[in-house]
Structures are given as structure tokens and as C-alpha cells.
Design a protein around this ligand. Sequence first.
Ligand code: ZN
Length: 117
Amino acid sequence: MPRDAATVLCSRPRTRVTRLNSGDRDAQAMTEASDWRLQGQEKYLQAATLIRRAWRPPARKPNWDHDHCEFCTVKFMAEPQPDALREGYCTTDEYHWICATCFEDFKSRFEWKLVEG
Ligand SMILES: [Zn+2]
């Protein structure tokens, strides 16, 4: 899939409602900037070191066939699929994956450090 197509896929408008309980207005007010993709990821991704690479199954789970972007939940897979990306940014343990769109949108806020894969 061309990289541009992947970006469009990830950034298309979505109608999904927030995961917050809609009846809980205090919780709603606490979500900063109200970007629906922000769900408290700073707990484990703030100032993280990220590597740009093609997706692959984690070493400890060789049968794993996909992951999701930590922010927009777009899918990553090793095999070409119309609804999945084949590369992105991952933490050094390859546990958390972030798509190119979300990486660009949040890299300043999260102070990510990018290293060569
Ligand atoms: Zn994303």
C-alpha cells in the first residue's frame, strides 16, 4: 500500500463515540484537548523511544498476526491488507505501535525520541 493511502486511511473521520462513559461529565472534562485518540497513553508513552519499522509479530508472541495503533486503533499487519498498515512506529520492546499520522500529531506532546531501526 502506498504510504499516502495509509495516511488517508488513518486520518479519515470516524463516527465512533468516545470510550468515556457519556454520562460522566467530570471524566469528559478531564480529557485534555478533546482529541478522541487521547486515552491516557502518556502513562506508558510519554518520552518513549520509538523505532520506525515494518510491523512484525513480537518475539514473545510469534503467532500474533496484528497490532493496533495506540491512538487511532488502525491495524498493523505483516501481510498487505486493504484495512491495515504494514509499518509504523513502535516502542523498543515492540509492544506499543503508533501509525505515521498519530506519530506526527503527537510527537511533540509526548516528546518521543526516534531512533534508527
Ligand atoms: Zn494512529
